[in-house]
Design a protein around this ligand. Structure first.
Ligand code: PHE
Length: 340
């Protein structure tokens, strides 16, 4: 084989190989194999020494041509492979901005909050607006001003969490009535809501629950106004034509006083386990404002009269949603809460 044939062979082999490289690493290895310091070109150049003086430049020129041709092919292959690699990368890292995002866990309102909101909504349509008050109350606001005398059973250690000799965790939201009577102009239609505390815990009682209560003080307020207000509220809140009834009762701060029942919203009065087959369910207490309470707050009676009513919010949630155990509400178990 002549040296020219050898050169041609290297050229053909190199061309074929360079064109078949599938990535830039492979291509680099080939470049080293042919064009590198110990590559096949360097070898053939050494053989040039054997050629005659006249032949040397002719062959030298030929070698350079082949080398240049190979370098050109190498560069073309390099560009092609680089482009392919970028395209591959773009394909694998493709980001479709039009795809919907993965859903994040969104929080929801607690049923106690939902029920509070709804009660406020319904009664705001009758002109009631919301007031809040402190969770720690003085003996005066929690009891005395509400005509609960010193020896009243509601003050018993059994029911009340005492903070110290003169302060308690409020046992009801009724002190909010007193704050409003002392500070605000008449006539008044207010709602008071928030947490209340009692040393009491069983299947239907929580030591910390929530109440909402309403108070209306105006001229010539009667039991009929109270009954109309509660009947309207029951129909709007439970969303059906449920009847309301009052049973005589006693609260020191109302006179006369009543327990408020409505027809069971679950069975609509037919009888079920929630209403213990009676068709009726107790939702709270109510009555006309006791003149002693008005007078203690320096309201002129009988020029001004009023009524008040109060509901337990957890109890309202239990009744509205048919919750089997009131203790589920403060547990904060997500699979329970997610149903609302
Ligand atoms: N404060 C009473 C209670 O906690 C409820 C109530 C409020 C009753 C307003 C009558 C009027 O039991």
């Amino acid at each position: 084989m002549t040296i020219y044939e050898k050169l041609q062979e290297i050229h053909d082999k190199a061309m074929k190989q360079l064109n078949s490289a599938t990535n830039r690493d492979e291509l680099y290895q080939m470049k080293v194999q042919y064009l590198g310091k110990t590559g096949e070109f360097t070898e053939i150049m050494k053989e040039m020494a054997k050629l005659s003086k006249e032949e040397k430049p002719v062959f030298g020129k030929k070698v350079n041509e082949v080398k240049q041709a190979l370098e050109q092919i190498h560069d073309q292959c390099f560009e092609r492979l680089k482009k392919n690699e970028i395209l591959e990368q773009m394909k694998s890292e493709y980001l479709d901005l039009s795809l919907p995002s993965t859903a994040k866990g969104v929080g929801a309102a607690h049923p106690v909050y939902l029920v509070t909101e709804e009660i406020v909504q319904v009664l705001s349509r009758l002109g009631y607006s919301l007031r809040l008050g402190p969770s720690i109350e003085s003996d005066y606001y929690n009891f005395e001003a509400l005509n609960i005398p010193k020896n009243h059973p509601a003050r018993d250690m059994q029911d009340t969490f005492f903070v110290d000799d003169t302060q308690v965790l409020r046992t009801h939201t009724s002190p909010i009535q007193i704050h409003a009577l002392e500070k605000e102009e008449l006539p008044l239609r207010i709602l008071g809501t928030g947490p209340v505390f009692r040393c009491d815990s069983d299947i239907s009682h929580l030591p910390n629950f929530h109440q909402i209560e309403g108070m209306c003080v105006d001229k010539k307020i009667s039991m009929a106004d109270l009954k109309g207000t509660i009947s309207f509220f029951v129909r709007e809140f439970f969303g059906s034509e449920l009847k309301t009834r009052f049973r005589p009762s006693f609260f020191p701060f109302t006179e006369p006083s009543a327990e408020v029942d409505c027809q069971c919203p679950i069975c609509k009065g037919a009888g079920c386990s929630l209403c213990k087959q009676t068709g009726w369910i107790e939702i709270g207490g109510a009555g006309l404002m006791n003149p002693k309470v008005l007078q203690a707050a320096k309201i002129k009676y009988p020029e001004w009269t009023g009524f008040a009513f109060g509901f337990g919010i957890e109890r309202m949630a239990v009744i509205k949603y048919g919750i089997p155990d009131i203790r589920l509400l403060p547990e904060n178990n997500l699979s329970f809460l997610k149903q609302f």
